[in-house]
Design a protein around this ligand. Sequence first.
Ligand SMILES: [Ca+2]
Ligand SMILES: [Ca+2]
Length: 215
Amino acid sequence: MVEPTGEKRKGCSCAMVVLFVSCSLIAVLVFCIWQFRWLAPTIVEEDFEAGDTGWLVVGDAQGESDKPTYETEGGNPGAHMSAVDNAVGGVWYWSAPDSFMEELAKNWEANGSARARLSFDLKQSALDKPFEASDVILGAGDFEVHFAHEDPPGLDWTHFTVPLNADAGWINSSSKEPATPEEIAKVMDSIDKLWIRGEFRTGDDTGGIDNISIR
Ligand SMILES: [Ca+2]
Ligand SMILES: [Ca+2]
């Protein structure tokens, strides 16, 4: 039998290293595509570049109006919505228009519902005196599920991603128990409320929102 020479062994080791590194990179790439839904189809999105598309505010913001202010610049990038807190009690939220929720209800099942994610960018005008509240509320009729982030938005645009599945930490607002996959599906199938928290501090402030998407 002919033993491999030192040069052949060295070449063989290099090939093994290259193969190992290549396989590792492919594994990382596949994981990222799966985990972060890089190639996931967009179910619905709003970047406000086409104008005021019907997003409203609910709660104590914008005086007597439920219309946020349409801003043509200063977004992330370009146009966005802003609203001023009246600071008269309660918590104000951004409220999605029917057209946004209809697209969501219609398409989420067909696009890998269990792994769909809601993303949005928020900012606020001051960071002191923060308070806790539900950050995202989804509802269908009188049934709601709530979600809370770990951190509030900053003074500059802050990106949030919320998985739309039971494992993410959604709470059944009636029972105060973790929402089940069936309860999430029940809401998503006939969703008529999608609220995203707009204020995070006690007292007056201004909040902004841009780039709301579900994919
Ligand atoms: Ca924008
Ligand atoms: Ca406030």
